[in-house]
Design a protein around this ligand. Structure first.
Ligand SMILES: Cc1cc2nc3c(=O)[nH]c(=O)nc-3n(C[C@H](O)[C@H](O)[C@H](O)COP(=O)(O)OP(=O)(O)OC[C@H]3O[C@@H](n4cnc5c(N)ncnc54)[C@H](O)[C@@H]3O)c2cc1C
Length: 390
């Protein structure tokens, strides 16, 4: 490895890969260090998520300005990217169902938020909701035509290929274990797969380490106060063809957002939702596969790699969606996947900032949902911040 590199990105998830791609496209020298063997087999957020392309409904510009701005921008960029590079995706739209009178004011609030964020959103009555999805029970609903589903693995592979084509180098099974600020940048220490240790100087370090972004920030600046509270999200699935009553169409179907209590405090969740999975026919047509996911059911994770163990009882998943999809029974469901999300303690929004003591390090902290959707817009933002801060 050369003595001094221009830009080192820690983490090759959707955010790190998109950042690497955007910077390599500018002709910059980019190295990406990833501790997992490869993201698609890896245990990280980008390979274990719901795959929803969010429209930009949930975030208000006062409390979550980055999410409010970068989610709808990322939504547009992601569709363009998927079309251009033939990444499997479906712009299927989404219903947010209100099943109780008390939920109706929330629909109006979220409709106003969507409008403020520039995300197309219509408030529709029960009949119009039934036209979209006859099997869904709702008093009223929001309809978001720009919501969709993506194959996150195919997206990541395309990002890697483009970044590598522009000269970015990816080192997998290699972990950043120390990072010390110097006058000319950051001195990084790596541990390779075989245990060998290496060191190099980088002019810039971009911390896209997801669940470990707090720890990487502390390698650079031990006084960094931020903490990731990992949140375990379990998903189940059912098969549409199993019974006629399960034949929901190819939409994302969400409840009205609600508050959840965790040991660290309460927060608003988008709720347990139905999301189609995708399949590609031999003719290359992307369509919903028979499996529909139900999740994520979120709670505090025991630790950052809390992927194992039993799923919650299937009845818990059924109960979460029973209001808008009462046909689903516990016996229709089976465990599907477990993901762990990087929630930043004490923050509702993402934190994107140069370290105050070591400005050669740009930290991306707590990039939880919808950072898959927003990844290309996040990468543009990072590229601008780096250009302005030469
Ligand atoms: C259950 C669940 C459902 C979700 N659903 C959606 C959704 O529907 N839509 C959406 O937009 N978003 C969704 N998200 C959020 C989305 O998946 C994440 O916001 C996004 O994938 C974050 O990408 P990332 O690159 O920041 O992090 P990650 O994908 O976690 O990547 C970080 C990488 O850094 C590496 N790393 C960490 N420390 C080091 C180190 N010291 N040295 C080298 N490498 C290191 C890790 O191995 C990892 O691969 C969901 C997340 C979860 C968990």
């Amino acid at each position: 490895m050369s003595e001094s590199l221009e830009i080192t990105v820690v983490g090759a998830g959707a955010v790190g890969a998109a950042v690497a791609q955007a910077l390599a496209r500018q002709g910059r020298e980019v190295f990406v260090i990833e501790k997992n063997p490869g993201v698609t087999q890896g245990e990280n957020q980008s390979s274990r998520n719901s795959g929803v392309i969010h429209a930009g409904l949930y975030y208000d510009s006062q409390t979550r300005p980055l999410k409010a701005r970068l989610c709808p921008a990322g939504n547009r960029l992601l569709y363009e990217f998927c079309e251009r590079y033939q990444v499997p995706h479906l712009q299927c739209g989404k219903l947010v169902a209100a099943t109780r009178q008390e939920e109706l004011p929330a629909l109006e609030l979220y409709q106003a938020r969507a409008a403020a964020n520039g995300a197309p959103c219509q408030l529709i009555d029960a009949d119009a909701a039934r036209e979209r999805e006859p099997l869904v029970k709702a008093l009223a609903a929001l309809w978001l035509p720009t919501s969709g589903v993506i194959d996150p693995t195919a997206y990541l592979h395309q990002l890697y290929a483009l970044a590598a084509g522009d000269g970015a180098q990816f080192l997998t099974q290699t972990e950043v274990i120390a990072a010390r600020p110097q006058a000319e940048g950051i001195q990084v220490t790596l541990r390779y797969r075989d245990g060998a240790i290496d060191e190099f100087l980088t002019k810039r370090l971009i911390n896209c380490a997801g669940l470990y972004s707090d720890e990487v920030a502390r390698l650079v600046n031990p006084a960094s106060p931020h903490r990731i509270d990992p949140m375990r999200g379990e998903a189940a699935c059912f098969y549409r063809g199993k019974r006629p009553e399960l034949g929901v169409g190819a939409l994302n179907i969400y409840p009205t957002p609600y508050q959840v209590k965790l040991p660290g405090g309460s927060y608003w969740t988008v709720g347990v939702h139905l999301t189609p999975t995708l399949e590609t026919t031999p003719q290359g047509e992307v369509k919903p596969s028979p499996a529909v996911t139900v999740g994520p059911l979120n709670f505090a994770a025991a630790h950052k790699e809390d992927y194992g163990g039993q799923h919650r009882p299937m009845a818990d998943f059924r109960d979460q969606v029973a209001g808008f999809f009462p046909q689903l029974t516990e016996d229709d469901l089976q465990p599907y996947q477990v993901g762990v999300q990087a929630r930043l303690a004490g923050h509702q929004d993402w934190l994107l900032e140069f370290d105050p003591k070591a400005p050669a390090c740009l930290n991306l902290l707590g990039f939880d949902s919808p950072a898959l959707t927003a990844s290309l817009a996040i990468a543009q933002e990072v590229r601008e911040m780096i250009s302005e801060n030469q």
